[in-house]
Design a protein around this ligand. Sequence first.
Ligand code: TYC
Length: 101
Amino acid sequence: MPNTEVVTRPIVEPKIERPKLHKVILLNDDYTPRDFVVRVLKGEFRMGEDRANAVMLTAHRLGSCVIAVYPQDVAESKAARATEAGQRKGYPLQFVTEPEE
Ligand code: TYC
């Protein structure tokens, strides 16, 4: 009887991490007209009139409002485009991003 040894190796399942989503956050300021904020929300974030108004008012009252979550690159480019729309008109309107917990 030959002396055979059986070696077993554990099966290592690769851990696939889901990429973190990033929030786009609207910041309040004292200068940007309300109707302009609503127009940007409708144009860049595909919101209807009622939702855009509610989001604008939440940021106006509380200082900021989370608009949506996207993959990082989408969140960053949408926030940049929306912020630039304000800059082109000379408004300090800001959209920022942060990773979701
Ligand atoms: N606070 C602004 C004003 O009174 C309106 C405004 C609302 C600006 C929300 C930015 O994210 C904002 N004209």
